[in-house]
Design a binder for this molecule. Structure first.
Ligand SMILES: *Cc1c(COP(=O)(O)O)cnc(C)c1O
Length: 422
């Protein structure tokens, strides 16, 4: 059994606990599948990053899409975080927990008129603008509302984040941001507008970045742009380097935040701009796990391995199906020692061959087994769907000895209430 401090897991009196609470107790109290988060891990992850950036004038904007549960947002708000959002819905979540809209950065390539209007109305901190069309739209909507719109241009520095192609965003071939030359033009336009005011510059080159090399390369090209803007009389309050800090799922080395912080400081030198970062995954991934119960065990027809059919599926945790992502698997209640370990695929009930949570794992299982899929705190619940008309899982937050349900399990009534009879 793995007892890993990354996940706040440890064994107490023979029971696998997250912080002080046995996982089997959580399963019987709240049912399965169920997402379980450790408040202590969330706080530690935030504080480690804050510490690494502390020698600089820096601000952490938690990227809401990684895990957008209201209680998680409230926890980060209490630690002093601002927020990075990509939709009007995420903005409403931040406002619901009493987040200050002035501490919110609005990213994303497709901001609608309604989303821009909402952001202007509440006094958003900054729009990260991703195209000429968006800048014009923001200007027009702000004119109509008779307010000024704070803007930052998202620059695509054309660096390879060396991560999975689906989570790489900083290459010329990606849909995000604009190149440096176009950025200069957009800044020129913004500077001459009485409706827009320029707050900063930003980039975000991808996710699950292991090595800070590409991030620093992106910073270098951003700093070049900052200097060109200074020459044109345009000075920026903030430089936003985005998120994407890699974590350890299997045997990856998590990004060394202290070393990154030191290199940032060295490169920024005496510049006075506020440094912003937008981490999502690195704050939440290893703070969460997905608890799931075995329903059936069966053997593959060629006899090569077994399938453990569990009550969680790709609609609960899409990462393995979407990116071939690897999650550690732990059996919470191992069977007696006479049950030998063998090779299992952990699969869900959904009618797709891509519906798996883990493949080829050496585990000893029986039909009573309760399983924890680790490192599921980021892009787990936030990517969940109702595919196969499955209600989404419950979410539980553990803090020391305390356990709180932070989202109840969806019922069939929840799902059916949006549909209109013929
Ligand atoms: C998704 C996203 C982030 C967060 O990325 P992580 O890999 O979760 O840290 C930050 N900024 C922007 C613009 C994003 O789209």
């Amino acid at each position: 059994m793995t007892c890993d401090p990354r996940h706040a897991l440890s064994e107490k009196d023979g029971a696998l606990c997250i912080e002080q609470v046995p996982l089997n107790q959580i399963a019987s109290q709240f049912g399965t599948p169920c997402y379980v988060y450790s408040a202590a891990t969330l706080r530690t992850q935030y504080q480690q990053l804050a510490q690494a950036l502390s020698p600089m004038n820096a601000r952490i904007h938690y990227s809401v899409k990684a895990n957008s549960n209201l209680s998680i947002l409230a926890l980060f708000k209490d630690l002093g975080a601002g927020f990075d959002i990509v939709s009007g819905g995420e903005l409403s979540r931040v406002l619901t927990v009493g987040g200050d809209p002035a501490d919110v950065i609005f990213s994303g390539v497709g901001k609608s008129v309604e989303e821009i209007d909402l952001a202007l109305k509440v006094g958003i901190g900054c729009f990260n603008v991703e195209s000429h069309g968006e800048l014009s739209r923001i200007e027009a909507r702000a004119q109509l509302a008779q307010v000024r719109a704070p803007v930052s241009i998202r620059v695509n520095p054309n660096v390879d984040a060396k991560t999975h192609p689906y989570i790489s965003t900083g290459l010329k071939s990606n849909k995000f941001g604009v190149d440096a030359a176009s950025a200069l033009t957009l800044y020129g336009h913004a500077a001459s507008s009485r409706t827009l005011y320029i707050t900063g510059v930003d980039c975000h080159i991808g996710s699950q970045i292991a090595d800070d090399g590409p991030l620093l390369e992106a910073l270098d090209s951003i700093l070049e742009l900052v200097d060109s803007l200074e020459e044109r009389g345009i000075s920026l309050e903030h430089i936003n380097l985005g998120g994407g800090f890699g974590v350890r799922y299997q045997d990856e080395v998590a990004m060394d935040l202290d070393a990154y912080g030191a290199r940032l400081q060295q490169r920024l030198g005496s510049r006075s701009n506020l440094l912003c970062v937008e981490p999502g995954r690195s704050l939440t991934a290893n703070a969460g796990l997905l608890l799931t119960q075995v329903e059936y065990l069966k053997t593959a027809q060629d006899g090569s391995k077994g399938f453990a059919v569990v009550d969680a599926a790709m609609n609960d945790l899409l990462r393995p199906s979407l990116y071939q992502a690897w999650h550690d698997v732990v059996v919470v209640n191992p069977p007696d020692k006479t049950t030998l370990a063998q090779t299992w695929d952990i699969v869900g009930p959904i009618c797709e061959s891509s519906d798996f949570l883990a493949k080829d794992r050496q585990l000893s299982l029986d039909e009573e087994s309760l399983i924890a899929i680790l490192s599921s705190g980021a892009y787990g619940m936030s990517l969940a769907s109702n595919y196969n008309t499955r209600g989404r899982a419950a979410e539980v937050l553990v803090d020391g000895t305390e356990v709180k349900c932070i989202r109840r399990r969806e019922t069939i009534q929840d799902q059916l209430r949006f549909e209109l009879p013929l």
